[in-house]
Write a protein that binds this ligand. Structure first.
Ligand SMILES: [Zn+2]
Length: 396
């Protein structure tokens, strides 16, 4: 019996291990895989004696951990290109809202579609991410906004994982926006989420985490607190859409609940950054939404760095504010709009993205024992992954 299932040689490896500075580059490297896990990685000349069932020479290509998109809403009905066009033709947000547009149009379309229709619409989005080196995708619910439709969305997300080679992590985001039938009764909706939806989702094992949108146009900090307490009681980790359009103390709230991540953070204060620093929460930056909304206030990247808060980057793929089904584009935008370095962009879509999903011990770096999720690139250096605009370099 062979020692390894697959041996990759003549490769250049960026391990992205946290224990070494930079990319963790290994020239003239070999990487052995056994049982879907990395069994050995290092300089080829130091490879221990062993037999591989299959050996592949990579002809000097670069290996990085496969990319991880740790924040998407890619299961949804319809799209919002109509209102995108109307806005650019001069219609105001008010005009569009009066005509039934905005997030409520996505909720209506998502509710109207069957699970099979939602699956068929979402699969090409998963495949588009896979084609650029993504092996793990987080998918949130949040357009169903009632028990049956939120469960339908999570079910579809789980099925996308079963039907493809991509690992899907699901997040219940029932506290995304107040559904129309609960207008002016947001507290009643939160009760429904905490008392009925969350226990049902937990019982069915449909969610890996629970998320909420803390914002003046969504839910208050006390309402989110209720959701987080209910999630914690059920043993589910939490995440938060925090401080995107105003400083609502979202970063502090996420820190208080030891959230896996706080996402967006454009308006996070210094106190919020400091709170995050002690909590282990990852700052997930979403430049696609920043770009689409024409925001000018940037997340406090320098302060996050100074405080040692881990930085991740995600696509936020969604029909309203971030119609970007490309993590590579998100990396490109994070470097241009938020001044993240190419190294931060790659760490933010591998190691730190894994951390933002609670998977830091399992994937996100090329180290012994981790999942053998590997991307092979036709580049001269992995810094190019954030550098090129719209040029694919994935070799396989
Ligand atoms: Zn989002």
């Amino acid at each position: 019996m062979a020692d390894w299932d697959l041996l990759l040689t003549n490769a250049r490896v960026a391990t992205m291990a946290a224990s070494v500075p930079g990319y963790g580059e290994v020239e003239d490297a070999a990487l052995a895989i056994s049982g879907g896990r990395i069994a050995w990685v290092g300089r080829r000349e130091e490879l221990p004696q062993g037999e591989a069932a299959k050996t592949l020479s990579l002809e000097g290509r670069w290996l990085t951990p496969a990319l991880i998109d740790c924040h998407t809403h890619l299961v949804f009905g319809g799209d919002r290109s109509g209102e995108f066009e109307q806005r650019l033709e001069g219609a105001s947000y008010e005009d569009i809202a009066r005509a039934g547009g905005g997030i409520m149009s996505t909720v209506r379309a998502t509710r109207e579609m069957s699970a099979d229709e939602l699956f068929a619409a979402a699969l090409p989005r998963v495949q588009a991410l896979a084609a650029e080196g993504v092996a793990t995708i987080e998918i949130k619910s949040g357009y169903g906004l009632d028990v049956d439709n939120e469960i339908k969305m999570l079910d579809v997300a789980r099925r996308l994982g079963e039907a493809s080679a991509i690992a899907i992590r699901t997040t219940l985001l029932a506290a995304h926006t107040v559904p129309a039938e609960y207008r002016d009764k947001a507290d009643d909706y939160i009760d429904l989420v905490c008392d009925e939806l969350l226990p049902e989702v937990a019982a069915r094992g449909l969610a890996d985490a629970v998320d909420a949108y803390c914002e003046s146009i969504a839910f208050t900090a006390p309402q989110v607190t209720k959701v987080f307490r209910a999630a914690k009681r059920l043993g589910l980790p939490v995440k938060l859409h925090a401080d995107q359009l105003s400083d609502g103390g979202g970063a502090e709230l996420a820190a208080r609940f030891s959230a896996l991540s706080a996402d967006h953070l454009e308006y996070t204060s210094s106190a919020g950054v400091k709170a995050m620093a002690g909590s282990g929460a990852v700052a997930v930056l979403l430049p696609g939404a920043f770009l689409t909304l024409g925001e000018t206030r940037k997340p406090p990247v320098d302060e996050l760095r100074q405080q040692g808060v881990p930085l991740a980057v995600a696509s936020d793929c969604n029909p309203g504010t971030s119609p970007i089904c490309s993590l590579r584009n998100a990396m490109m935008l994070a470097s241009r709009l938020f001044r993240l370095t190419p190294l931060e962009c790659l760490a933010g879509t591998t190691r730190e993205a894994a951390r933002a999903l609670g998977l830091a011990d399992d994937r996100g770096t090329l180290e012994v024992g981790k999942r053998a999720d590997i991307a092979v690139w036709d580049v001269e250096h992995p810094r190019e992954l954030a550098y090129w605009i719209g040029t694919p370099q994935l070799a396989e």
